[in-house]
Design a protein around this ligand. Structure first.
Ligand code: AMP
Length: 543
C-alpha cells in the first residue's frame, strides 16, 4: 500500500531557504583572496546565490551541466554550492593542489561548462585554458578591480551576480538528480569522479547534525579548515545551513597562525581538518611563547582523511580541552562513514583510556553498514583483532564512478570495497590497519603499517613516519621505517627501535630505519607509499 505522506523532494535549495528564513542573521565570515574579511549572513548568501543562479541560467547552464570551481574556502565558493546545485546543475569542485595535468584531465573528463576560479589560480588558468575545450566561460571569483590579467579573458564574479536580481523560485526536480561531483585523488591511475545526489547530500547532513554524529547545531561557530574542494568540505556547508551554524571560512590561509587567530576572533567552538592541519596548528601553539590559549574555545575537533596520531588527540585535549572526533570516510562515502563518539559507558574511564578509544576511527553511524571480509569475500568476526577488507553500503555510498570509469564497483549484495583494511571491535569501533595495497605481508601474517607509524610518531624526536613493506627472501616482505626527525633532534636508529619494541609485537619491528628530510604526499595530504616503494626499490635489509 502506498503511503499518504507528501513527497516533497530533499533538495539542496531547501537548505539555504531554511537557513535564510530561520537563521537569517547567522554569520558567514570569510577571509578572501584579496586579503579582506567579509562578514555575510545566511540571508545574504541566499540572496547572492539566487543572483548567481540567474546568472548561470543566463550563461546557458542547464540542469545536469557541470560547473567547475578551483577555489579556497570563501563566501563566494559557498554561494556556488547553493546556486549551482539549486538550479539542478552539478557543482564540480576541483582540488587546486593537484598537478596541472591532473586538473586538466579532471576538467575535461567532467566536461565543465563554466569554470569559477580564485585569483590565486589566475596563472594556472592562463596556462591551462587552451587545453580546456569544454569550458565556455571563465569567471574570476573577485570584483572588477581585482581581475587578474594572467587568466586571459574572464568575467568578474561580482559583475556577474550584480547584473541579476534575487527574485527566483528554486526549481523542483527529483532528489535523485546529481548535485555535485568530486574526483578521488587516487594514488595510482586516473582520478575517478564520485557523483553525489541531492538526496544523498541531505541524508548525510542529517547525520552531521545528529547528536551521535557531529552534533552540529545553531550554537556552533564552525572553523572550516577542511577545503570546500575536499569531498564537499565533508558535507559541512550543507549541514550548517540545515541547522543554522555560523561558518568561518579561512580563505587560502590554513597555516597554524592564521587558523589560531581566526578561531580566537570568531569564537569557533567546532572545527574539522586533516591531521596535517592540526599538526600545523599545534606546532604554532607550541613554538609561540606567550600565546593566550584561553582565547581558543574549541570544544569539538573532527579529524579525518588520514589516521589522527594519538599525540594530536592528546594535545587537543590537554592544551585546549577539546574533544577529538576521529572520523573515517572517503570521497565514495560522501565522506562520513564512521565517527568516534564515546559511548555512555566510556564517560567515566580515565582520560588516557578515553583517548585510546578516540584514536580508533569511530563507529558506524546510522545509514552506513560496515563489514570486514577475507580474501574470499567471507565476513570476518568483529572481535577487535581480526582484520580484513573493509566494505560499506548505504544511501550516501557511491554505486559507481562518473561515466562508468572503473566498471562495476559493487558486489552482488551491494557492498563497496573501500580498499582499506580494518578490524572492528565488539562495540563497533573500527581501527584502520592499512590500505589493502600498503599492508605488509610477513611470513603469512599481516603487519599494519599504520600501527607502526603511529607508534613511531609517539617518539618525541619524530616529526613524521612512514612504513613500507619491501621484499625479503625469507619472510616475503619486511617493514622499513622512514622517519623525519624534529628540528634539532638527533635520535639514533637503535633508540627508535627500542622505543617501538615496548609498543608493538617483536616480529613487527622494522628491519631498518632510514632518516629522511621529506616524505611524498598526495594533494589531500596522504602519504604516497607507492612513490616510497619505488624510491626504496633497491634498498636491501642487512638482516
Ligand atoms: P579520499 O577519498 O581522498 O578522502 O581518501 C579516502 C581514504 O583516506 C580512505 O579510504 C582511507 O584510506 C583514508 N582515511 C580517511 N579517513 C581516515 C582515518 N580517520 N584514518 C585513516 N585513514 C583514513
Amino acid at each position: 500500500m502506498r503511503a499518504l505522506m507528501q513527497e516533497r523532494q530533499l533538495l539542496i535549495s531547501s537548505l539555504i531557504e531554511h537557513a535564510a528564513t530561520y537563521h537569517p542573521d547567522t554569520e558567514i565570515v570569510s577571509r578572501t583572496c584579496e586579503g579582506t574579511t567579509v562578514r555575510s549572513s545566511y540571508r545574504e548568501i541566499r540572496s547572492r546565490a539566487k543572483q548567481l543562479a540567474k546568472a548561470l541560467v543566463a550563461m546557458g547552464v542547464k540542469p545536469g551541466d557541470r560547473v567547475g570551481t578551483l577555489a579556497w574556502n570563501t563566501h563566494r565558493h559557498m554561494e556556488l554550492y547553493f546556486a549551482v546545485s539549486g538550479i539542478g546543475a552539478v557543482l564540480h569542485t576541483v582540488n587546486p593542489r593537484l598537478f596541472p595535468e591532473q586538473i586538466e584531465y579532471i576538467v575535461n573528463h567532467a566536461e565543465d561548462k563554466v569554470l569559477f576560479f580564485d585569483i590565486t589560480f589566475a596563472g594556472l588558468i592562463g596556462k591551462l585554458r587552451p587545453h580546456l575545450g569544454t569550458v565556455e566561460r571563465f569567471v574570476a571569483m573577485t570584483d572588477s578591480a581585482h581581475l587578474p590579467a594572467e587568466a586571459g579573458d574572464c568575467a568578474a564574479y561580482e559583475d556577474v551576480i550584480g547584473a541579476q536580481d534575487d527574485q527566483l523560485d528554486w526549481p523542483q526536480f527529483p532528489e535523485t538528480e546529481a548535485s555535485s561531483l568530486c574526483y578521488t585523488s587516487g594514488t595510482t591511475g586516473n582520478p575517478k569522479g564520485v557523483l553525489y545526489s541531492h538526496r544523498s547530500t541531505l541524508l548525510h547532513s542529517f547525520t552531521a547534525c545528529s547528536t551521535d554524529g557531529l552534533k552540529l547545531s545553531s550554537r556552533d561557530s564552525v572553523l572550516l579548515a577542511v577545503p570546500l574542494f575536499h569531498v564537499n568540505a565533508w558535507g559541512i556547508p550543507y549541514a550548517s545551513a540545515m541547522c543554522g551554524a555560523k561558518v568561518v571560512l579561512p580563505g587560502p590561509w590554513l597555516d597554524g597562525k592564521s587558523l589560531f587567530e581566526l578561531a580566537a576572533e570568531e569564537n569557533c567552538n567546532f572545527s574539522l581538518g586533516v591531521p596535517t592541519v592540526w599538526l600545523g596548528f599545534l606546532k604554532y601553539i607550541e613554538e609561540t611563547p606567550g600565546l593566550d590559549l584561553s582565547r581558543i574555545k574549541l570544544e569539538r575537533v573532527v579529524i579525518g582523511g588520514s589516521a589522527a596520531p594519538r599525540a594530536i588527540i592528546e594535545k587537543l585535549h590537554h592544551l585546549l580541552g577539546a574533544e577529538t572526533l576521529h572520523a573515517w570516510g572517503m570521497s565514495e562515502t560522501s565522506p562520513l562513514g564512521t565517527i568516534g563518539n564515546l559511548l555512555p559507558k566510556h564517560r567515566d574511564l580515565p582520560i588516557e583510556e578515553q583517548i585510546t578509544i578516540r584514536a580508533k576511527q569511530g563507529r558506524a553511524i546510522y545509514g552506513v553498514e560496515l563489514r570486514i571480509t577475507n580474501e574470499d569475500g567471507q565476513p570476518l568476526a568483529h572481535d577487535g583483532e581480526t582484520s580484513g577488507d573493509l566494505k560499506v553500503r548505504g544511501p550516501w555510498v557511491t554505486a559507481g564512478y562518473f561515466k562508468g570509469e572503473g566498471g562495476e564497483v559493487l558486489d552482488e549484495d551491494g557492498w563497496f570495497a573501500t580498499g582499506d583494511v580494518a578490524c572492528i571491535d565488539r562495540e563497533g569501533y573500527i581501527r584502520l590497519t592499512d590500505r589493502s595495497k600498503d599492508v605488509i605481508k610477513s611470513g603469512g601474517e599481516w603487519i599494519s603499517s599504520i600501527d607502526l607509524e603511529n607508534a613511531a610518531v609517539a617518539h618525541p624526536a619524530v616529526q613524521e613516519a612512514a612504513v613500507i613493506g619491501l621484499p625479503h627472501p625469507k619472510w616475503q616482505e619486511r617493514p622499513l621505517l622512514l622517519v623525519i626527525r624534529k628540528p634539532q633532534a638527533e635520535p639514533e636508529k637503535q633508540e627508535i627501535l627500542d622505543f617501538l619494541s615496548d609498543r608493538v609485537a617483536k616480529w613487527w619491528l622494522p628491519d631498518d630505519v632510514v632518516f629522511v628530510d621529506e616524505l611524498p604526499h598526495t594533494a589531500t595530504g596522504k602519504l604516497q607509499k607507492n612513490k616510497l616503494r619505488e624510491q626504496f626499490r633497491d634498498f636491501t635489509f642487512n638482516t
